[in-house]
Design a protein around this ligand. Sequence first.
Ligand code: NZQ
Ligand code: ZN
Length: 380
Amino acid sequence: MKFSYANPTIIHFGQGQIQQISSSIPKNAKVLVIYGGGSIKKNGVYDQVVASLSQHSWSEFSGVEANPTKETLDKAIAQVKAENIDYLLAVGGGSVIDGTKYIAAAALHEGDSWDLITGDYKVDNAIPIGVVLTLPATGSESNMGAVVTRKATNEKLGFLSPAVRPKFAVLDPDAMKTLPEKQLVNGLVDAWVHVCEQYITSPTGHMVQEGYAEVLLRNLLELGAQFNQRDDKWRANLMWTANQALNGQIGAGMPQDWATHMIGHELTALWGVDHARSLAIIQPALLRNQLEYKQAKIEQMGRNVFGLEDSADLAERTIQSIEAFYASLHVDTGLSEVSGDKSDAIELIIEKLEHNGYTMLGENRTITPDVSREILTQAL
Ligand code: NZQ
Ligand code: ZN
């Protein structure tokens, strides 16, 4: 086990915590409040943010879409430069937070913002970011990743930099009260697959990371089972579990997969499939395809997460249990956006994976384009 680990994001967790913004952002900062399509105006979050910023000088940028696009974010970057903004406050879900990270980094770059994604510009600095989270799912509120779509080319790609990790994040479960059921399910499934990407590889004997990952998976399973009895406790548990699933801790010093995410992103880029649903479509087929590497860990998950008895087909029964979890949440695991024969769609995805250089995915780099084709043929 070998790693360096720090997660310096200060978390203000609990009801009423939005007021912490006031003391968390320097009083002399020029703040840009960034949000999405307006859900925050319907649940009181916007009003609470405005109240806590009463001592600050601030302006706003709205309209960051789900799966944020370079095209929209470039407008915010221009505003940041024009108004000499020096603090960004993201109020929303993963899309708004990721978009804000992109703005924070690109606003300090003279060239095209997409250079961050291609690696032509290395992100060492960024405008500081604060977050008010309204949708627990991605963990973006305290991690250093962001995923952005370039609409012009249908590319959905990410970048990672410690410079864009938020300085603080407010996690007030009351902000979730207006979430449509579909988005809550998306949150559960995305957090679940985040844990899986860092856990379903091979046994490592790293007791903290594996044991905590199993706790998070059991939480999500239980929260799924209690979906129809949601209350304050349920919301708080989901919000904290989804954060812990991708704040870096369970992945420290661990082999990681992320192939489900990379293939899934293409379904979103090409057909607008919700991020979480794209994962539920791909993951079971990927696990079956990679059984020769993942069998022992899938069996461990069967025993420790689903409470299954040992048997020769334990791994297959575990994968079936994952599928049953998705089915219990009514996640559509077919690519219903493409009717009839899926072979053209599969070739399109393979072309994009190759174009993006994703030709050796997975913890063992075994998922070549031919293997991705096998997985997609099974999955779709
Ligand atoms: O735009 P508004 O009006 O706010 O509506 C949003 C949006 O339509 C709505 N919503 C959010 N909070 C709400 C609410 N509606 C009512 N009440 C509330 N409290 O929900 C819709 C979806 O929001 P979005 O932010 O897109 O969802 P999510 O948090 O699932 O983020 C998905 C994005 O994150 C990326 C995904 O690829 C996708 O682009 N990811 C980011 C990661 C990271 N940074 O670490 C990792 C993930 O694997 C993922 O790739
Ligand atoms: Zn995800």
